[in-house]
Design a protein around this ligand. Structure first.
Ligand code: ADP
Length: 398
């Protein structure tokens, strides 16, 4: 059975076609610059590629291109869309309305749209993706939505509330929602499998370190806390995002620089984090290379981020009164052995020793703590698309 996974952003549309018989990727691709131009890059698993620049004013034209790439291009992988059994969509914000993946109907789409106020850059685009997909595949084809926030809906109020006047929670839903939930769910399920223990018996800390970064505490099999908050800006510093800062610093900058709330938000989301500190790049590879060459602010950015990660691990260990397993994932977590070794050394108080030979891996699953370490530290490549495909299969099999 083939399942199509869609991740629609405001100007991009990523997709994968997955064969659920062996969970392999048949083809994947991306449409970029939707609304301002249009380019599709499509790749079949046997290496054949299709690339075209063509006008994509909306997601509908992008979808038409995807359909062409899948069924007719030189890198086609199917003869007709009938071969696809169902479609799973990534949706960023499920608010308190969704605590699990669901089948799409008109009401679900309307709810996804209504949550656009909480995720203005993402939910409206996600909803457009769903509508364009219905138009391309027909209304009979089952579609599902899988939410980035759903995994975090198990947090208790003491973890998700901000200490602001309660009325703002009631009026506007101001609270912690978290993000990257699909990734945290995948790697925490997997680490329990690797340890051969039921997830509900483990205390797990999962660190998703990519362009966006978040850390989640998982106890009794469910998320009990996570670093991202009302939006994916909270927590610790990321590629271009600041993470948590004293709000007074922001009001002070706003006054001094005559910046509007939107400008402050843009500054925190797009010009801060590792980019803002280094003045060089948001890309971890660039920063590692520059720091090795003596770039002082690149080194500072790397040191700051690692320090904040180590603090979160400490905080979540305290919050759960212990930890059995720590997982590192995301582009940085999967590919940066130096960072991983330093993290292990800086949390050696937990009884962790880095297995330096095992830690030399990149993009592969590995246990990087020694066998006699009290806490198991793992690198587990995340696979959000597979979770979406699995959830979709489960929902259409019900
Ligand atoms: P996103 O959050 O956009 O999905 P990724 O999970 O792909 O991002 O992570 C992107 C980050 O991973 C970038 O900072 C990139 O530099 C980093 N990364 C990818 N490969 C490597 C590598 N070999 N060494 C260090 N960092 C890497």
């Amino acid at each position: 059975m083939k399942i199509f996974v869609v991740n629609a952003g405001s100007s991009s549309l990523k997709y994968q076609l997955i064969d659920m018989d062996d969970e392999s990727v048949i083809a994947k691709g991306i449409c970029e610059r939707i609304g301002t131009g249009g380019v599709i890059k499509h790749k079949a698993s046997d290496g054949r590629e299709y690339r075209a620049e063509t006008d994509m004013p909306t997601h509908s034209e992008a979808f038409a291109q995807v359909v062409y790439a899948l069924t007719q291009s030189e890198a086609k992988v199917i003869d007709s869309l009938d071969e696809i059994s169902a479609i799973g969509h990534r949706v960023v914000q499920g608010g308190t309305l969704f605590s699990e993946s669901v089948l799409v109907d008109e009401e679900v789409i309307r709810k996804v749209e209504s949550l656009g106020e909480l995720a203005p850059l993402h939910n409206p685009a996600n909803a457009l993706g769903i509508r364009a997909c219905i138009a391309a595949f027909g209304p009979e084809k089952p579609q599902t939505v899988v939410f980035d926030t759903a995994f975090h809906q198990t947090m208790e109020p003491k973890a998700y509330m901000y200490a602001l006047p309660y009325e703002y929670y009631e009026k506007y839903g101001i609270r912690r929602y978290g993000a990257h939930g699909t990734s945290h769910r995948f790697v925490s399920d997997r680490v329990a499998e690797l340890l051969g223990k039921p997830k509900k018996d483990l205390k797990i800390i999962t660190c998703h370190l990519g362009n966006g970064c978040s850390i989640t505490a998982i106890k009794d099999g469910v998320c009990c806390d996570t670093s991202m908050g009302f939006t994916p800006l909270d927590g610790f510093m990321m590629g271009t995002r600041s993470g948590a800062v004293d709000p007074s610093a922001l009001t002070y900058i706003a006054e001094k620089e005559h910046m509007s709330p939107q400008e402050i938000s843009d500054m925190c989301n797009k010009k801060s984090g590792a980019l803002g500190i280094s003045g060089l790049s948001n890309d971890n590879r660039d920063l590692v290379e520059a720091a090795e060459g003596g770039h002082v602010r690149a080194r500072l950015a790397l040191d700051m981020q690692r320090y904040q990660i180590v603090k979160y691990i400490g905080a979540y260990t305290a919050a759960m009164n212990g930890v059995d397993a720590i997982v590192l994932t995301g582009g940085i977590g999967e590919n940066n052995p130096e960072l991983r070794e330093k993290i292990c050394n800086e949390i050696s108080y937990l009884g962790i020793t880095c297995d330096t030979a095992a830690n030399h891996c990149r993009g592969k699953e590995a246990r990087i703590s020694t066998a006699d370490s009290k806490v198991a530290v793992y690198v587990i490549p995340t696979n959000e698309e597979l979770v979406i495909a699995r959830d979709t299969l489960a929902l259409i099999s019900k």
